[in-house]
Design a binder for this molecule. Structure first.
Ligand code: BG6
Length: 280
């Protein structure tokens, strides 16, 4: 796949042919486009998103690290951690098996002074774009001389025809924290979206998202949680970087390790979180 280093405001790597479109920004090592050949875009992007240093991007695949939301204290800022608003270092990009491989690195030299998470760390994000699959691999290494704990999520925004018709299978029987009701529950059958939905499932398995037009399969490794999020009407209206009516066209399915499943690494240890999106 022919690709180029782009000099858009957030820099990055992009392959844009009449057939397919792949894009990743240095900012957050953020995958913002995946349109496989012969398909509509698989990733959703808000028309109202900011594309500015220091601000999160509303769509694509934000990388949440080293905390999720407001973190274990409920007060940590910026939301979903500093990784998604930090420019990562592009390590390499190459043509691979008809697709595109892009590797990014994050470390203390790039994240600077972080009083809420003051540990020596290194993270690597490897993105493999092909026309069959988008593969995302986040590896975190403890470079410190003490243990550290972190949360993480690959916060994938999927484009759907109409979220009100979506069926998410693969979570039947899983326990989940309903962040809207602030209570735990057990999933019965497929997940359907009929109201604001913000759930952290205890689940390591694959999920299928069927919107009646196409079926996407999301598999993962090294992930104890699957987060399902759609903001529905009021929350969309309240978010300045989210169009009021755009909630019908998206669903987030996030491979994550959060809350009680936060990862603890001893000095020198690494952990890898993988998420893959393909056509079912
Ligand atoms: C989800 C969280 O992963 O991300 C939600 O579970 C949150 O609680 C959503 O609202 C969006 O977060 P943000 O910080 O991008 O607005």
């Amino acid at each position: 796949m022919a690709h180029e280093v782009t000099h858009n405001p957030l820099k990055g790597i992009e392959a844009n042919t009449p057939d397919a479109h792949y894009g990743v920004y240095d900012h957050g090592a953020h995958v913002w486009a995946w349109r496989p050949a012969g398909s509509d875009p698989v990733l959703w992007m808000s028309t109202q998103s900011d594309f500015e240093a220091g601000k999160p991007i509303r769509g694509g695949v934000p990388v949440c690290f080293p905390w999720f939301g407001a973190g274990h204290t409920g007060t940590l800022q910026p939301g979903h951690g500093f990784a998604r608003i930090t420019a990562w270092e592009l390590v390499e990009h190459s043509h691979e098996g008809g697709g595109l491989r892009v590797e990014y690195r994050l470390g203390n030299d790039l994240t600077g002074d972080q009083p809420d998470w003051p540990y020596q760390h290194q993270a690597r994000m490897v993105v493999l774009f092909s026309d069959r699959e988008l593969s995302l691999e986040l590896t975190v290494e403890n470079k410190d001389d003490q243990e550290f704990t972190f949360e993480e999520a690959l916060h994938t925004y999927l484009a759907v025809d109409d979220v009100k018709n979506v069926k998410i299978s693969g979570l039947d029987g899983a326990r989940y924290l309903d962040k809207v009701a602030v209570d735990w529950a057990t999933q019965e059958g497929d997940v359907t979206i009929t109201e604001e939905t913000d759930r952290v499932y205890n689940s390591t398995g694959a999920v299928t998202v069927n919107d009646g037009v196409r079926k996407l399969k999301i598999t993962k490794e090294g992930s104890a949680n699957t987060v399902v999020w759609n903001p529905w009407i009021d929350k969309s209206a309240a978010m300045p970087d989210f169009g009021d009516d755009e909630w019908t066209g998206m669903i987030c399915i996030e491979a994550a390790n959060v809350l009680d499943d936060a990862i603890t690494l001893q000095p020198g240890e690494t952990h890898t979180l993988v998420q893959r999106v393909s056509f079912a």
